[in-house]
Design a protein around this ligand. Structure first.
Ligand code: S3P
Length: 446
């Protein structure tokens, strides 16, 4: 595949009114739940990025008739909980951890054998976190040594045992995997999380008429439970814009003097809004306008104007609520006056790349004092990125986009290698970032 380099001209002011593509987490779930529902599900605002398309293709491989995506519209002819068919070949999850971990839960309850494979980055990521609870439920799964892909899942004919599982880490993917397997189990399955994580699975199951109950045990711990053996009913899903994609633009406007930007129709699920809270603590001028609800998910227009930022100690309880936004929050911290300290974020080390090490390397390469720690980072900000050095994305879309935004505060060009991966979550990133006022060029090298 050709290498795509981003060449980012330094500086710029960010202005306008934009809409970023659909939420990745909700897009994945719309296909999964639509496929195992009875009847037709229609989706608007579906994210046509490689990750969500990997999920869509997997269900096609399992015999589900799906029309689209066409301009964000998808129609899924649900086959019911028991209607999936054995795929003819291993299903390719590409770069997508969400596809792999959530699908594993559904596949554990089928009566056929299948295999999941992925790209180089996904093939290094930990899967034991889902195969452990699935094994407790009686699933038969083999992975490569070290608990990584490829993953072979053997049919159990839906005879899974319900479990009451306490998650060892705050992970919506693990919680969702357990709940989806619970659809195929004999009784009540519960997943207890140590801190609140995104709850799109619970909300969407309820929207499909499948009851999920949630019990808040204390300020941090919530338990989600469902009974196996029910039925989902097809419905319409309107996917809001992805707050994780909007985050690049929020930070871009927050750090460049004179900026004034509105990002419309952004999903504001309270389990996802850590980025807004963290930027506000840093002094950002953000207002949420036109709040309303779309298909069970809160949505708002995000209005951001430039304001000077200051370094902060990021509250640990906000970490799972902003887990995908740290690459670009590190860029905000590099710009902020003073020191920003992140702790309690060891999960960042097992994302599409080791986002602590890779972002520390990238910021140091452009001359920022960024020191990685075991579970976070210390960034002494408040100056422009003084150096020009090639940046490596390490196959990680969010590194490519975060370091593009760093160009706003650079004194020289920022050149980022290996940026085709932006397509996994945000295929029109380049178009929109140029539209709002940056100058970024993609150069293909064969
Ligand atoms: C996701 C959950 C998060 C997030 C990922 C999408 C989801 O992972 O990083 O991009 O859709 O459930 P973890 O739950 O493993 O933290």
């Amino acid at each position: 595949m050709a290498n795509v380099k981003f060449i980012v001209q330094p500086g710029g002011t960010v202005k306008g009114r934009i809409r970023v593509p659909g939420d990745k987490s909700i897009s994945h779930r719309s296909i999964m739940l639509g496929a195992i529902a009875e009847g037709v599900t229609t989706v608007t605002g579906f994210l046509e990025g490689a990750d969500a398309l990997a999920t869509l293709q997997a269900f096609k491989d399992m015999g589900v008739q799906i029309e689209g995506p066409d301009n964000g519209n998808v129609t899924i002819h649900g086959v019911g909980l028991r209607g999936l068919k054995k795929p003819q070949k291993p299903m390719d999850m590409g770069n997508s951890g969400t596809s792999t971990r959530l699908l594993a839960g559904i596949l554990a309850g089928q009566d056929f054998d299948c295999e999941l494979i992925g790209d180089a980055s996904l093939s290094k990521r930990p899967m034991k976190r889902v195969t452990d609870p699935l094994a407790l439920m009686g699933a038969k799964i083999e992975t490569a040594e070290g608990g990584t892909l490829p993953m072979k899942i053997y049919g159990t004919g839906g005879a899974l045992k319900a479990i009451d599982y306490t998650l060892p880490m705050a992970s919506a993917q693990v919680k969702s995997c357990v709940l989806l397997a619970g659809l195929y189990a004999d009784g009540q399955t519960c997943a207890l999380e140590p801190a609140p994580t995104r709850d799109h699975t619970e909300r969407m199951l309820n929207g499909f008429g499948y009851k999920v109950t949630t019990n808040k045990l204390d300020a941090s711990r919530t338990q989600a439970c469902l009974q196996g053996g029910g039925m989902l009913s097809g419905r319409h899903i309107d996917v809001p814009s992805d707050i994780s994609s909007a985050a690049f633009f929020m930070v871009a406007a927050a750090v460049s003097p004179g900026s004034d930007l509105v990002v419309e129709h952004v999903g504001m699920n309270p389990t996802r809004t850590g980025v807004v809270d963290i930027l506000k603590l840093m002094g950002a001028d953000i207002t949420l306008e036109n709040f309303h609800e779309v298909g069970g998910e809160p949505v708002a227009d995000v209005h951001i104007k430039y304001a000077p930022l200051k370094g902060i100690d990021i509250p640990e309880e906000l970490v799972p609520l902003a887990i995908d936004e740290f690459p670009v929050l590190f860029v905000a911290a590099a710009h902020a006056q003073g020191t920003t300290v992140l702790t309690g974020a060891e999960e960042l080390r097992v994302k599409e790349s080791d986002r602590i090490q890779v972002m520390a390397d990238a910021l140091q390469a452009v001359g920022i004092d960024a020191q990685p720690t075991a579970d976070g980072m210390v960034i002494r900000g408040g100056q422009q990125c003084p150096q020009k050095a090639p940046i490596l994305s390490h196959h990680d879309h969010r590194i490519s986009m975060a370091m593009t935004v760093a160009g706003l505060n650079a004194v020289d060009q920022v050149v980022i290698d290996d940026c085709a991966n932006v397509n996994t979550s945000f295929p029109i990133f380049l178009e929109l970032i140029n539209q709002v006022g940056m100058q970024v060029e993609a150069v293909k090298e064969e």
